[in-house]
Design a protein around this ligand. Structure first.
Ligand code: PRP
Length: 188
C-alpha cells in the first residue's frame, strides 16, 4: 500500500503510468491567479514565504517569480507520519526555520493539502511563534481526505481522491519533475 504521501518502494518493472490531470498551461494560469491575489493582499508588506519540503519546491519557484514584492523565502522539512505509521497523525519538524517568525507576515506554501495533518501541525507550530499574520497557499486541495479542518487562503485546484504526481508531487520520490500534474493510473 502506498502511504499518504505515496512513497511506496516501487517495483521498477511495474511502475504505474502518469495521466495528465492539469496541464502545465493550466498550472501556469493557476499560479498566475494566485500570485495576483497574493500581490494584492501583501502590498506594502514583506512577507516570509515558507515552503513545505519537498513537494512545494517547484510551485514556490514559479510563484515567487510572479511576485514583484519584497519577500523572503524559507523552507521547512517535516517528518511524515507516512511510511509504516499511516494513521498515527504524528508530524514533527525535521528541518527547521532559520528566519525569525515573530512579527512577520507569514505565508505557508504547500503543494497539496490531503488529510490536513501536515499543514495543521505547521500552522500551529508557527502560530506559537507569534507572526503578525499567518496564511496558507496550497496549489491543490483534496478535501475528500480531510481529517482536520484547514483554512486555505489561496487555492489553485480542488483535486479528486486520486494518487497525484508531478510538479513536485512524488511516487516513491519519482515523478516530481513532471511539468504537469498527473494521476498515477493503478494507484489510489
Ligand atoms: C505531502 C505534501 C504535503 C503533505 C500533505 O508531503 O507535500 O506537505 O504530504 O499531506 P497531508 O495533508 O495528508 O498531511 P510528503 O510528506 O509526502 O513529503 P514530500 O513533500 O517530501 O513529498
Amino acid at each position: 500500500m502506498p502511504d499518504k504521501g505515496g512513497n511506496r518502494r516501487g517495483d521498477m518493472y511495474s511502475e504505474p503510468k502518469p495521466r495528465i490531470l492539469f496541464t502545465r498551461q493550466e498550472i501556469e494560469a493557476a499560479v498566475k491567479k494566485l500570485a495576483a491575489e497574493i500581490r494584492r493582499d501583501y502590498q506594502g508588506k514583506c512577507p516570509l514565504l515558507i515552503g513545505v519540503l519537498k513537494g512545494s519546491f517547484m510551485f514556490m519557484a514559479d510563484l515567487v517569480r510572479l511576485l514583484d514584492l519584497p519577500l523572503e523565502v524559507e523552507f521547512v522539512g517535516l517528518s511524515s507520519y507516512g511510511r509504516g505509521t499511516k494513521s498515527s497523525g504524528k508530524v514533527k519538524v525535521v528541518q527547521g526555520l532559520r528566519s525569525q517568525v515573530r512579527g512577520r507576515d507569514v505565508l505557508v506554501i504547500d503543494d497539496i493539502v490531503d488529510t490536513g495533518l501536515t499543514v495543521a501541525f505547521l500552522l500551529d507550530y508557527l502560530r506559537k511563534k507569534r507572526p503578525a499574520s499567518l496564511k496558507l497557499c496550497a496549489l491543490t486541495d483534496k478535501p475528500s481526505r480531510r481529517q482536520i479542518p484547514v483554512t486555505i487562503d489561496y487555492l489553485g485546484f480542488i483535486v479528486p481522491d486520486k494518487f497525484l504526481v508531478g510538479y513536485g508531487l512524488d511516487w516513491d520520490e519519482k515523478f516530481r519533475n513532471l511539468p504537469d500534474i498527473c494521476v498515477l493510473e493503478g494507484e489510489g
